[in-house]
Design a protein around this ligand. Sequence first.
Ligand code: SF4
Length: 429
Amino acid sequence: MSVLVPIRIAPAGGCTDAPVLRERGQHEVFCGLTGIIWLHRKIQDAFFLVVGSRTCAHLIQSAAGVMIFAEPRFATAIIDERDLAGLADANAELDRVVQQLLARRPEIKLLFLVGSCPSEVIKLDLARAASRLSTKFAPSVRVLNYSGSGIETTFTQGEDACLASMVPALPATSTDAGTEILIVGTLADVVEDQFNRLFRQMGVDGVKYFPARHADDLPQVGSNTRFLLAQPFLADTSKALQQRGAKRIAAPFPLGIEGTELWLQAVAEVAGVSKTRFEGAIAAPKQRASAALARSRPLLEGKRIFFFPDSQLEIPLARFLARELGMHLVEVGTPYLHRQNMAEELALLPVGTALSEGQHVENQLDRCIAAQPDIVVCGLGLANPLEAQGLTTKWSIELVFTPIQGFDQAADLVELFTRPLVRRMRLAA
Ligand code: SF4
């Protein structure tokens, strides 16, 4: 049996030691409450109760686009003027709301109390509330808490905070258990099913996912756990898992053909899969993805792209667009640069890529407008002003809401970038 050689990435080091422009100033981001949209779809018996204001309720409602008669699995316990003025006992109010909710929705197995700017302003201790309510409603309902506050965060941190809050509740693995592989980060069910098929074809059984589709299906964690991040924005979750003894499998993220192959290859190495079997398992989907990208490449090759910091997907996306589609990276901004989790991605970025971390939005807008890129990836708040300047934009939030991981999604991922360019070309014609 031939064994896979360890992954070797970019001997020249790409951008491993590249200088990074660090900016601190006004930034334009969404808050972490946004993560509830994809998290509540994934964990099918969880409920997210935002403890916040009417603004928080409007944000969630409009981001989710849910019809009000659909009984969604999220809601907002509104903090009103009486709470803000300290005239009401906010803890008693919260207990009453939770009691009512659980009486009406007995299918809820996991309840998240999600903190917001207002709950933090009145210093409502949601950790204590979660512990109190967990005791009260055990064993049928587990109550956890995390912060989705938007004061100093970016929107994908909501998922990181949510998953990190679950890590202490994960059961421990038994001491004599063999190596267990855990995929960490919310993936659309269709993507998870595709990866499962590939793992089976590679002969790798028992791969677990965190979060799982059901609240009771908590993966075990311990020193025999090897985990692989499926999303790049999970720094706190990764740290919490390592504190439980789990070890991270280093790999780029599964975006595009190259990223997906290296990500799967990292699993294959841990599981001792032979080179022949690995290559046989990925051959057909890799071929399909190559054919799809070849069709799109002429539209993107040589085009210049600018990333504003928002989703934390910027570096893996830039790597994909530069290496597989020949795009030129004008600037790659990221809200945070976690060098350890991003090491394999940085090594693959073209030498000389302009990297920035954090944001000073006025300075960055000046740089972007001066550079006149062909396409700009940015948050919703910046898209309209940039379009008004004649620039073509792509909303970064769409890249999180759309299933884009894996070989079979590579075509959809690339289409997210070709579509706005084609639309602009048609408008100009
Ligand atoms: S930024 Fe703060 S107040 Fe606004 S929606 Fe988010 S949590 Fe609520």
